[in-house]
Design a protein around this ligand. Structure first.
Ligand SMILES: NC(=O)c1ccc[n+]([C@@H]2O[C@H](COP(=O)([O-])OP(=O)(O)OC[C@H]3O[C@@H](n4cnc5c(N)ncnc54)[C@H](O)[C@@H]3O)[C@@H](O)[C@H]2O)c1
Length: 291
């Protein structure tokens, strides 16, 4: 099957990035969200990000216009009816994702592929909530999608080889590099990255260092491009907490216990950059640590 049209469900920070790279690579894209303001914001962000690529002479003004014209935002699932592949990128909540698959499957063509951008949830379990587990797999893009090279590919127990091959080919067409991971909680990148971020939050919680000293220590002491708390704000603290909960429950090991301070920030609605407040306050001209 030739993939020509791609549906993206969820127009948050990941959904808009996935739509961006798919449209730039020449695919028509149906971008779906339950909130009109998220769709509007996604197109604005995509426009800004394409402007940056024009400024860096990576693409022309014409390519930018053609890319935007290939993205069709919609609040109706009917827009997915003629898609060859749908990539789910809604919130990291298993119940929400299962409900989305139950709603979209009757709309999709029988031979359409379905992928999930989940950061941590079992691909096999999500596949089981669809009518096509053999045509379903994990396609885990990194944030920010237009910049990051990696896509983790995760096969569920029922994923057919042809599904895997088609998705792998697509990743290459998008200009990205695939890495295969087994279907274990949080796969590879987040299995390693999120416990480090959680440990940084414990370090803050126990008063070993301030937000500033923890981030400076890891940037200058471990040569990380971003401090772990800055990175947590960038990922979204709700997503960080969900991944830690999946690791904690899925591997039944107390070393993955989410830090109570992370829970508190999420309960406060301080989710990081996307809500303008997390370990830093982004409402002023420069980020200010909140602890
Ligand atoms: N943030 C990251 O760094 C990162 C990296 C890789 C993968 N992911 C994964 O990508 C997914 C999305 O994360 P995000 O950071 O873009 O979250 P986000 O909060 O920015 O966006 C989620 C979007 O999903 C929409 N949504 C919620 N319910 C929906 C429904 N029923 N139908 C359609 N849309 C719905 C919301 O309105 C919102 O626009 C999650 O599974 C997350 O784990 C995130």
């Amino acid at each position: 099957m030739m993939i020509k049209k791609i549906g993206v469900v969820g127009a948050g920070q990941m959904g808009n990035g996935i739509a961006h790279v798919c449209a730039l690579a020449g695919f028509n894209v149906a971008l779906i969200d339950i909130k009109q303001d998220q769709l509007d914001a996604a197109l604005t962000v995509m426009g800004h990000n394409l402007d940056r690529q024009v400024a860096r002479q990576k693409i022309s003004e014409r390519e930018k216009a053609e890319t935007l014209a290939r993205v069709q935002p919609s609040m109706s699932l009917e827009a997915l009816a003629d898609c060859d592949l749908v990539i789910e990128a809604a919130v990291e909540d298993e119940q929400v994702k299962r409900k989305i698959f139950q709603q979209i499957c009757p709309v999709l063509r029988k031979d359409a592929l379905v992928a999930t951008n989940t950061s941590s949830i079992s691909v096999t379990r999500l596949a089981a909530s669809t009518d096509r587990p053999e045509r379903f797999m994990g396609m885990h893009f990194m944030n920010p999608v237009p910049m990051m090279q990696l896509v983790e590919l995760i096969r569920g127990i029922a994923t057919e080889e042809s599904t895997f091959r088609e998705i792998r080919e697509l990743v290459v067409k998008l200009g990205k590099t695939p890495a295969n991971a087994e279907d274990f909680p949080a796969f590879i990148v987040n299995r390693i990255l999120l416990p480090m971020i959680n440990e940084a939050i414990y370090t803050l919680y126990e008063g070993v260092g301030s937000v500033e000293s923890i981030d400076t220590a890891m940037r200058l002491g471990a040569n990380h491009p971003m401090g772990p708390l800055q990175l947590a704000d960038f990922i979204g603290l709700d997503t960080c907490l969900s991944v830690m909960q999946v690791l904690y429950e899925g591997l039944a090991d107390s070393k993955y216990r989410p830090c109570p301070l992370l829970v508190k920030y999420v309960e406060a609605g301080w989710l990081g950059r996307k809500t303008n407040r997390g370990f830093y306050d982004y409402r002023g001209p420069a980020p200010v640590p909140t602890r």
